[in-house]
Design a protein around this ligand. Structure first.
Ligand code: AMP
Length: 187
């Protein structure tokens, strides 16, 4: 089963992705984690993206598309993909479509976690103290939220016609969200 999780930063995508990975024996495709890794390694890609990441801007589609390719074509991960933070633009969504077709796969479920900005700000402030992510200051959070709303909206519109598109109230407790997801995937 392949799943896409949508939601503004702080909506709990990562938490649900980790749950699904465990439950489905799957693989989390978190472009945010991959990009942070590149920065940590101080790789060529890392040097190119650090400014955009810290400004809360989106990283270039080409860089992100390139990072996910290997995961999709890895036979061990086939039909066990849990997308967390990808696709985030129409161009990425179209790229994903092509890669899935070429690898003979499809998306089984798409979940969109909806949460108001005020709740997200509170949650990220809390996470900042625990995880110490460099892109977790208030200004960056607000910028990331704005970027998400602007850029991801067309992607949601693109997927919302799909019968496997499910909107979920992301303000609920983690366990409540998990229970809803469980009910829908029904495995
Ligand atoms: P996340 O951990 O998913 O909230 O992502 C953190 C940051 O990484 C975002 O604010 C973007 O700067 C960058 N990023 C992550 N995923 C993508 C993506 N699919 N496309 C462009 N930028 C991304």
């Amino acid at each position: 089963m392949n799943i896409i999780l949508f939601g503004p930063p702080g909506a709990g995508k990562g938490t649900q992705a980790k749950y699904l990975v465990k439950k489905l024996n799957g693989f989390q495709i978190s472009t945010g984690d991959m990009l942070r890794d590149e920065i940590k390694k101080d790789s060529e890609v890392g040097k190119q993206i650090i400014q955009d990441m810290n400004d809360g801007k989106f990283v270039d589609d080409k860089i992100v598309n390139n990072l996910i390719k290997n995961y999709i074509f890895d036979p061990k991960k086939k039909n066990k993909l849990i997308f967390d933070g990808y696709p985030r633009s129409l161009s990425q969504a179209k790229n994903l479509d092509l890669l899935l077709k070429d690898s003979n796969q499809k998306i089984d479920h798409i979940f969109s976690l909806n949460v108001k900005k005020e709740i997200i700000i509170k949650r990220i402030e809390k996470r900042k103290n625990i995880e110490k992510r460099s892109d977790d200051n208030l200004e960056t959070i607000l910028k990331r939220h704005e970027t998400y709303m602007e850029t991801t909206k067309p992607v949601l519109d693109f997927y919302s016609k799909n019968i496997n598109f499910h909107e979920i109230d992301g303000a609920s407790e983690i366990e409540v969200i998990t229970a809803k997801i469980d009910e829908i995937i029904n495995v």
